[in-house]
Design a protein around this ligand. Structure first.
Ligand code: GDP
Ligand code: GDP
Length: 455
């Protein structure tokens, strides 16, 4: 009965909407004050200014969704972080590096009223070496008279400079046309499992939770194969590590091993790095220091991984330090603070003693399995039919919305589209998600549910 009123064309439409794959990513790179944030705002069509963000303030979101000429893409915003900590060149270089790691194409913004500086030239070198498509934005060309300044930027050797006024919108359309030409339809993800490569793990967590200790522990006990350098001039970024007889790719181990304990104000840099690792990974192993209270920063990192739609394992490290009392309070904290990932497999480990290291791999495998689970449409609808019969939506305003039909539009993470006869309340959606998990597993994975209302 759940299929009543089902129109296959609607399903097609909904899948097109909700089931889109990952979007290609565009990074905006350039020196401070060239107008990156202004440009980002212009591209994403947002009024509230990203510009107002204080440098050094941790921002959770580093990417936004945008659309131009009917194509959707992500804009990776690398602007606005503390340059004092690392120095101007290093901060801009790090930003470019991040963009190169995560983006499918780059917009390089130059202030045409200033012209090309040494820092600009240094970024050009990084960009060239990356091989990523680059669109050159000659910003602050507010009128005809600025066109000559833009032309001068041919000297950077990045091809045509696009004269733009991010402030007023002048020329942004032409530049975005060029961006769409440079941007692939889908993210490259050349390291994808489709190619049979090793599964990708991001080991994340706030400073001092024990990431590098854990990495050393697992790497020392097993053979370590060091990868070639991935486009940059520094230490290897990712490492292949064999665990439980399987080779895994640990993302950005250089960032973990380097152990640069950045000062305050550099949180944003750490958060960029974490976001970049999460973007590249399939599964995030989130490390929590069980000897300390679960913090806002822990939560923020978890939210980042959940929002990125990654498979998730939560590892409570430093288990060797716990006494009865701390253990008691930790369990209470987990219940209240970590409810958003109550579905994630949990391991209690000690990087120091090696406790329960062997449980890490099964937990990762469980999470990846949930992440890739596909429920056949027939089974899903039999299940939805049962829900509708046993737990109907509450009556609102004399009407009772009903789930008519559903389909799983995608995996990694699982995405569902439900067709309903009316608006489904948040609480009811949560209930459906909980029942889906009880019925089909989905351990260790976020689930997306979108609802389409049929008039
Ligand atoms: P960011 O540090 O690269 O993100 O630069 P912002 O977007 O914060 O811009 C720096 C300053 O340049 C701000 O005062 C902006 O209003 C100004 N600005 C940005 N784009 C333009 C533009 O196209 N023309 C002019 N005249 N000013 C601009
Ligand atoms: P990172 O900043 O997340 O890479 O953390 P580190 O691996 O540098 O660890 C921070 C501190 O915690 C170091 O002093 C480690 O020796 C200590 N540590 C890491 N794991 C454990 C553990 O399982 N038990 C104990 N007691 N200390 C640990």
């Amino acid at each position: 009965a759940a299929q009543e009123g089902f129109d296959p064309e609607d399903v097609e439409g909904a899948i097109g909407e909700a089931g889109h794959g990952p979007l290609p990513a565009l990074a905006i790179v350039g020196r401070p004050n060239v107008g990156k944030s202004t440009l980002v705002n212009r591209i994403i069509g947002r009024r509230e200014a990203v510009v107002q963000d204080k440098p050094g303030v941790t921002r959770d979101r580093v990417s936004y969704e945008a659309e131009w000429a009917g194509r959707r893409f992500k804009v990776v915003d690398t602007g606005g972080w503390e340059q004092d900590v690392l120095g101007l060149d290093a901060s801009v270089a790090a930003q470019a590096e991040y963009a190169i790691e995560t983006a499918d194409a780059v917009v390089f913004v130059v202030d045409s009223t200033v012209g090309a500086t040494d820092t600009d030239e240094a970024v050009v070198k990084l960009l060239r070496r990356s091989g990523k498509p680059v669109v050159l934005c000659a910003n602050k060309v507010d009128g005809q008279s600025g066109e000559a300044d833009a032309t001068a930027l041919w000297s950077l050797g990045l091809g045509q400079p696009h004269p733009v006024s991010s402030l007023h919108g002048r020329g942004t359309g032409d530049m975005l046309d060029a961006v769409l030409e440079a941007l692939p339809e889908a993210p490259a993800q050349s390291f994808g499992t489709a190619l049979g490569g090793p599964r990708r793990i991001a080991l994340i967590g706030r400073p001092n939770v024990g990431k590098s200790s854990l990495l050393n522990k697992v790497a020392n006990e097993d053979r370590v194969v060091v990868n070639e350098q991935a486009g940059t001039t520094r230490d290897p970024v990712d490492e292949l590590i064999t665990l439980g007889g399987i080779t895994w790719k640990f993302i950005d181990t250089a960032g973990i091993r380097r152990r640069v304990h950045l000062q305050e104000g550099a949180d944003y840099y750490a958060s960029l790095r974490t976001a970049a690792a999460v973007e590249k990974a399939e599964v995030a192993v989130i490390l929590i220091d069980s000897s300390e209270s679960i913090s806002v920063q822990d939560q923020r990192i978890i939210t980042m991984a959940v929002e990125a739609g990654r498979a998730i394992v939560v590892a409570f490290n430093k288990w060797d330090t716990l006494d009865e009392e701390r253990r008691y309070y930790l369990e209470r904290e987990i219940e209240t603070e970590l409810a958003q990932v109550a579905w994630a497999p949990r391991v209690n480990v000690s990087a120091l003693t090696g406790r329960h290291m062997e449980k890490l791999v099964p937990a990762i495998e469980t999470a990846l399995e949930g992440w890739e689970t596909r429920v056949p449409t027939g089974r899903l609808n039999a299940f939805l039919g049962e829900i509708v019969a046993s737990h109907p939506h509450p009556i609102r305003g004399g009407k009772q919305p009903r789930i008519l039909f559903g389909t799983q539009a995608g995996t990694k993470p699982p995405r569902f589209v439900l067709f309903a006869s009316g608006f489904l309340e948040h609480g009811y959606r949560r209930f459906v998600e909980r029942r889906l998990r009880e019925e089909f597993g989905f351990e260790g994975t976020p689930i997306h549910i979108s609802v389409r209302v049929r008039e």
